[in-house]
Design a protein around this ligand. Structure first.
Ligand code: SAH
Length: 215
């Protein structure tokens, strides 16, 4: 083991001060070098607590939001997790340290391929990436114990919530009338009851329905 990067330690301390208190989540963040997920031109900012641009006009989420969403999801090593919006792969990599298996869908091939290479470099063998329209979920692998969407859904994504197991938890940003999204935590208490709790306002790139022809 090499000593952790002091910039990671500082980031973790700042997240703890801002409400990420789950020790396993903090440990997962500490073990996941964010610098390999950001474009070279932003390397100096890789450990800042801010979202950064990635290819295809998308963003890697702010570490605080990654930490809070992961904590809200209450993932353990028995969980089969679905993520919509692989992006850089950073959120998926953190989930992979906590979950049994992570299925992640991205509509841009370029991003999906780059993320896949990062998972291999970090030897994260329990992530299954796919290119496609995440709004449909992953019916062949459903149901899931946990679902996380890292793009702003225009309305409550019922197709995805139908793929959640009874007892399962989903964390999803849903557009509100303030021009941002409300981060909502859904808990499926039994097969046809969904509790929902608004957590905070967040700002994600949009969840876009359909395949993309772009690279
Ligand atoms: N979790 C990412 C954040 C990526 S930003 C990270 O840690 O870096 C959100 C991503 O969702 C973008 O890459 C965008 O292309 C993707 N996305 C938007 N709509 C989608 C859809 N319908 N299916 C799959 N991915 C989608």
């Amino acid at each position: 083991m090499t000593a952790p990067d002091p910039r990671v330690i500082q980031l973790v301390m700042s997240l703890r001060g801002s409400g990420v208190t789950d020790r396993l989540v903090l440990a997962a963040i500490e073990r996941t070098p964010r610098d390999i997920f950001v474009p070279d031109r932003f390397l100096d900012h890789a450990f800042d607590d801010r979202a950064l641009p990635i290819d295809c006009g998308q963003t890697i989420s702010q570490p605080l939001i990654v930490g809070l969403m992961t904590q809200l999801l209450q993932v353990d090593d028995r969980c089969k997790v679905l993520e919509i919006g692989t992006g850089s792969g950073y959120q998926a990599a953190i989930l992979a340290r906590l979950a049994r298996r992570v299925y992640t869908i991205e509509r841009y091939r370029t991003l999906a391929k780059e993320a896949e290479a990062r998972f291999a470099a970090l030897r994260l063998t329990n992530i299954t990436p796919r290119i496609g329209d995440g709004t449909k979920g992953w019916p062949e692998q459903a149901p899931f114990d946990r679902i996380i969407v890292t793009a702003g859904a225009p309305v409550r994504p019922d197709t995805l919530l139908a793929q959640l197991k009874p007892g399962g938890i989903a964390v999803i940003p849903v557009n509100n009338d303030r021009g941002s999204q409300t981060l909502v935590r859904y808990i499926k208490t039994d097969s046809d009851t969904l509790d929902e709790e608004a957590v905070m306002d967040v700002r994600f790139v949009p969840l876009v329905e359909g395949e993309t022809k772009a690279l």
